[in-house]
Design a protein around this ligand. Structure first.
Ligand code: ADP
Length: 383
């Protein structure tokens, strides 16, 4: 335990200090004994050397007494050292325990926490020390964890709900088909078409969900041309756009990007697909892309219904739809923009929406520039 380790550390230091102190004490005591022994003997030796024939005897006695005194002193100082050490160790153990008590208390509080009460913060001691700091850090962490748990819960709840709708439709249709017993080619064709539609919807949802969860593991170091990326997505929406007489106008400056081509194509395609999907018949979608403020900025502007200001952040949440019934009718699962945001963020970029001057929406996708695009050609710093 930390208490034992701290005690042992202090004990080692205390022992070292005691040993050094005892050693220096003993050395200086020995030196002092030498001087004390020498002082009375010298004059006696010179003045009365001849008269006292028993002087060597007296000197021997003194030497013996001094030797004994020295022995006693060594022993006493060693005993004193042992006593000081023992008392010191006991005090250190108690004091360390006392100093660590708030930590123990904090650990007890943390141990009692479960995923359900992560919202409830720990009481922060008003000591203003490291323990208070630790409690504060724990509270911050559990707040963030709680947000993630709530998001995950909502996500699973919404995902289950989304899957339930097409599955319920499938089940009802199969039941009806069986009940009617109308197996004419036209009825079978009709039935299969409905089945296919729902299965397509389900598999699109599964792909989007898989993409959302696997984003971080995907390689993002490919070099790609922004022009080609955007033009390819525009070509892919050309057919559904033409069906509703919507013109898609593209104007992109040459620039390179670094990232995952498949993911970036998906992000650009989702924005264009939505613009076409939510545009009125005969409308126009403008797509532009250029270097601006140190990033590559792509703008997709449509003449659709626009997005209310208070929902402009929420539409990037998974399964969120402004007009639930209408989006479902158009085959949307509410994952398209969540994917765009996740892809942009995985590439170090961002996406947002604002109101277009024409009243529709304008989506701005910002991506970091590729190295070739970072240095502006002379005199063309402005986008
Ligand atoms: P969906 O698949 O339902 O279109 P998205 O995640 O792509 O899901 O979009 C979320 C919601 O944002 C849509 O349901 C729609 O209400 C709104 N939305 C997205 N793009 C546009 C747009 N260009 N114009 C108006 N509303 C849009």
């Amino acid at each position: 335990s930390l208490r034992l380790r701290l005690t042992l550390l202090c004990a080692a230091l205390l022992t070292l200090c005691c040993l050094l102190l005892t050693l220096t004490n003993n050395l200086s005591a020995v030196q002092m004994a030498h001087s004390v022994q020498a002082v009375p003997l010298l004059p006696a030796q010179t003045a009365e050397a001849d008269a006292h024939t028993d002087f060597p005897m007296a000197s021997l006695e003194i030497n013996e007494t001094v030797r004994q005194a020295r022995g006693i002193f060594h022993l006493q100082s060693l005993l004193a050292m042992a006593a000081v050490l023992a008392a010191g160790l006991y005090l250190i153990y108690r004091l360390v325990g006392k100093a660590l008590a708030p930590l123990d208390e904090l650990a007890g509080q943390i141990r009692g926490r479960t995923a359900e009460d992560l919202e409830r913060p720990l009481a922060i001691p008003d000591s203003g020390d490291e323990v208070a700091e630790l409690a504060r850090a724990f509270n911050q962490m559990s707040r963030r964890l709680n947000q993630v748990f709530v998001m995950q819960k909502n996500f699973s709840h919404n995902a289950a709900h989304e899957f339930r709708t097409p599955l319920a439709i499938l089940k009802t249709r199969i039941g009806l088909f069986r009940k009617k017993r109308d197996f004419t080619p036209a009825a079978v064709q009709d039935f299969l078409q409905i089945m296919e539609g729902e299965v397509d919807h389900l598999s699109a949802m599964v792909s989007s969900l898989l993409e959302l969860t696997n984003l971080e593991q995907m390689e993002r170091g490919e070099r790609l041309s922004a022009e080609q990326l955007i033009q390819r997505a525009a070509d892919e929406v050309a057919l559904p756009a033409a069906e509703r007489q919507i013109s898609v106008l593209v104007d992109v400056s040459p620039c390179t990007l670094t990232g995952n081509e498949r993911l970036l194509h998906r992000a650009v395609f989702n924005l264009l697909e939505n613009a076409v999907k939510y545009s009125p018949i005969g409308g126009a979608v403008y797509v532009s892309g250029r270097r601006a403020d140190g990033v590559f900025r792509m703008e997709v502007t449509d003449q659709g219904p626009g997005i209310p200001a208070e929902l402009r952040r929420q539409i990037f949440e998974p399964f969120f739809r402004v007009d639930d019934a209408r989006s479902r009718q158009q085959g949307g699962a509410g994952l398209g923009l969540a994917l765009v945001r996740a892809i942009a963020q995985a590439h170090g970029g961002a996406v947002r929406v604002e109101e277009a001057p024409s009243g529709g929406s304008r989506f701005l996708l910002e991506l970091p520039l590729g190295p070739e695009c970072q240095a502006p050609p002379p005199g063309t710093d402005k986008p």
